[in-house]
Design a protein around this ligand. Structure first.
Ligand code: ZN
Length: 184
């Protein structure tokens, strides 16, 4: 595969998947549930560079800027880009009033270290900034299925803060997220 995205020029560093998972495991072990917010904050902080790198990647493929792509094309290209930089491929879709981001094998997920809850918090933060930039307004991102909890894929919902709060509250009462979305 040709290297189409020089890492140093795009503010990126290569990090091994093992280190990322070890960091997450250590944070949850020593900090407890607050680790989620710390990982989310770190992911969010890097969102702009990831978005800019995606723009560079598109340009190097002669494909224009991220916001000039049609939705379907955006999903395909973002999937290729994220796979190429090591995170894994994504598929974009929609469910009721929210967008869905599905990944069959995401780098932050770890079926070997099972959790009782979705565990890709760094990614949720990164996606919140990334998709917020694309949407031109703040978005909230919540992971509702995760390979770390035995699911076949990771799935994040992307929508308004109000909708995500509703889904979160409903899930806390035992309602499935897809059912919660029908009443959002
Ligand atoms: Zn996950």
């Amino acid at each position: 595969m040709t290297q189409s995205l020089p890492l140093p020029d795009n503010g990126l560093v290569a990090l091994t998947r093992t280190s990322l998972l070890a960091l997450r495991t250590a944070l949850f072990r020593d900090v407890g549930p607050n680790a989620a917010a710390l990982l989310q904050e770190a992911g969010y902080a890097g969102g702009q560079q990831v978005y800019d790198a995606f723009g560079q990647w598109l340009a190097s493929h002669g494909l224009g800027s991220p916001d000039s792509l049609a939705a379907t094309e955006f999903g395909i290209r973002a999937g290729e880009f994220l796979r190429e930089i090591g995170w894994g491929a994504i598929e974009l879709g929609s469910l009721e009033t929210v967008a869905t981001v599905d990944a069959a094998e995401w780098a932050e997920s770890d079926p070997g270290y099972p959790l009782e809850f979705p565990g890709c918090y760094f990614t949720a933060g990164m996606f919140a900034d990334f998709f917020g930039r694309l949407a031109g307004e703040p978005v909230a991102v919540m992971e509702v299925e995760c390979r770390s909890m035995g699911a076949a894929r990771c799935r994040w919902l992307v929508g308004t803060g109000e909708t995500m709060q509703h889904v979160y509250d409903q899930m806390g009462q035992g309602v499935a997220y897809d059912a919660a979305l029908t009443t959002a």
